[in-house]
Design a protein around this ligand. Structure first.
Ligand code: TNX
Length: 545
């Protein structure tokens, strides 16, 4: 009896070991591979693996030389695999191609079979995204790649992050690093906010505007830095970003948020603001009209004067240089938080309104937008704006960034009625400068925006397909009043930017918060191992292993 029990026990033990062994060897279910954003379709196609050799070959047409170089760098960095081009006419261990069968230019198909890896894209961008997906497989599977097929394409064509070196100047090298990090997760746009009350950050060569750099750029910058980007640096940034399929959209905010320019050239603001600054009593009553470069957060009440031709001439001069510098077809003209108090008191604005038959300062605002929109259009660009509810009319074909908490649905309705397009960056989901957990650097009034909250975001708001045609995509903002280093920016951005890009990339029926946590945890761990100080959300992911 005793013996029999022993035997039985041995049998059970053997069975448990066998079962456990099988379990350990079983491949990670396709749904749990650490891929963020989740691809549209992942399928296991067999049980074999393809083992990457220590030196691998890449075959790619000349048009994909950039993508082949990106892949080569990744192979070296991730797996210490050196890569060389495959001999002409032969297929490499990794084969890159563009396929006309893939209709979405950002779409791709990644196939791993026991004889090799192939990535076909709808365009070089699609191939790039296939490579970035493969890189995520390297993180978990190393050189042993399971047979599978991934067919993927983005839900929205616009997936952006916004950086704000106007508030705190960030050296160009840091911007480039950030661009590469965001591109790895399939963001395709950097919205670059380069002027505000805290500084003017981009070189203008026209000698008339020298003071933008010598005065407007000289605060809120790390000591020893210039405080603005030279045109050469911007060109290099644009080139670098292009290699990573990231478009840089510049923003010159106006008529508000522009003390960098106004303090350099006070004639750009209303005569009323200058009157206020010359009179201590008036200034005490209007402290936010003070002419000074700001070094704190807030909204200045000194606007560019909309009632003088010279302001429009300034705009034309500056914009014509910037349009050449930034090849993007889109140009952001700000338009947010512009209290029109100074326009209502300004002799020039009042006379101008009368002359043009404009009933009030909000009509003047619409006029100001339209005039600048037209000038940009002549340069072949579309103007983009932060959507404000009280602006009576925006230029037709403008693109609106919906940002105010709780107003995006309204912005979408208005866009559909009036023919605009919308990019969704609602404060309640997409403001990555807001604190992500109690105890985070909490900037007073800013609401808590957790990772789970950001994950809930559906930029299409569950609307029928035809209504979603007005929506171009989504963007996360990293306003930088309190972010003066790249590390702080990374901490705010990640992991929430992973949730956000999944909202922009992955179809809703492929998204699940529980599944996201499984996929994202190894990705965040990998970021942290590689020098990106993302926040580890232990309340969601558990203790970091
Ligand atoms: C509002 S969002 C602003 C920014 C601030 C931000 C702080 C927007 C269009 N304007 O100027 O930096 O709040 O979160």
């Amino acid at each position: 009896m005793h013996k029999r029990i022993k035997k039985l026990f041995a049998f059970f033990a053997a069975f448990v070991c066998f079962a456990a062994g099988t379990f350990a060897a079983a491949p990670v279910p396709a749904e749990e591979l650490p891929l963020v954003p989740a691809p549209k379709a992942v399928q296991r196609t067999g049980t074999a693996v393809f083992k990457l050799p220590a030196s691998a070959t890449i075959s790619a047409p000349k048009t994909l030389a950039n993508e082949a170089a990106v892949l080569k760098t990744i192979l070296k960095k991730r797996l210490n695999v050196s890569a060389a081009p495959a001999a002409a006419g032969t297929r490499g261990a990794v084969a890159l191609s563009v396929s006309s069968k893939i209709k979405n230019p950002e779409g791709y198909e990644l196939k791993i079979t026991k004889s090799g890896i192939s990535i076909a894209g709808g365009s070089p961008a699609g191939v790039y995204y296939g490579i970035r997906t493969l890189e995520q497989l390297f993180v978990s599977e190393k050189k042993n790649l399971p047979e599978l097929k991934i067919s993927d394409e983005p839900r929205f064509g616009y997936r952006g992050l916004m950086m704000d070196p106007a508030r705190n100047f960030l050296p160009i090298e840091d911007v480039k690093r950030f661009v590469e990090t965001m591109a790895a997760f399939k963001f395709n746009t950097l919205h670059f906010h380069v002027s505000d009350d805290q500084g003017w950050r981009v070189e203008i060569k026209n000698p008339k505007y020298k003071k933008l750099m010598t005065v407007g750029a000289q605060k809120n910058k790390p000591s020893g830095t210039r405080g603005y980007y030279t045109q050469k640096e911007i060109r290099e940034l644009v080139e670098f970003a292009k290699k990573h399929h990231v478009e840089i959209i510049p923003e010159i905010d106006m008529p508000g948020h522009n003390m960098g320019a106004i303090f350099s050239y006070p004639e750009l603001t209303c005569e009323y603001v200058r009157r206020v600054n010359a009179d201590p009593a008036l200034l005490r009553a209007n402290p936010k009209m003070k002419l000074e470069i700001w070094d704190k957060a807030g909204v200045s009440e000194a606007l560019l004067c909309a009632g003088k031709d010279s302001t429009y001439a300034f705009f034309n001069d500056v914009i014509s240089e910037l349009c050449k510098l930034f090849p993007s077809k889109r140009f952001h003209l700000g338009g947010d938080e512009a209290p029109a108090k100074c326009w209502d008191q300004c002799k020039d604005c009042l006379a101008f309104m009368k002359k043009k038959g404009l009933k009030n300062s909000q009509e003047l605002m619409a006029y100001f937008f339209q005039k600048n929109f037209d000038a940009l259009e002549k340069a072949g660009k579309t103007a983009l704006y932060w959507y404000e509810l009280d602006v009576p009319k925006y230029p037709k074909n403008a693109i609106m960034y919906s940002w105010r908490m709780g107003y995006t649905q309204q912005a979408i309705d208005r866009a559909r009625r009036e023919g605009y397009k919308v990019i969704c960056c609602p404060g309640e989901y997409a403001y990555l400068d807001y604190p992500q957990i109690a105890g985070d650097p909490n900037h007073g009034w800013m609401p808590l925006t957790t990772l789970a909250r950001t994950y809930e975001f559906d930029p299409g708001y569950g609307r029928p397909a035809e209504e979603q045609e007005a929506i171009l995509g989504c963007e996360g903002t990293l306003w930088a009043e309190h972010l003066n280093t790249l590390d702080k920016i990374y901490y705010q951005a990640f992991p929430r930017a992973l949730a956000l890009v999944e909202a922009g990339w992955t179809p809703m029926d492929r998204r699940s918060w529980e599944n996201f946590k499984v996929r994202a945890a190894p990705v965040v761990r990998d970021l942290r191992k590689n020098g990106v100080p993302a926040r580890w959300p232990s309340e969601e992911f558990g203790k970091e292993k």
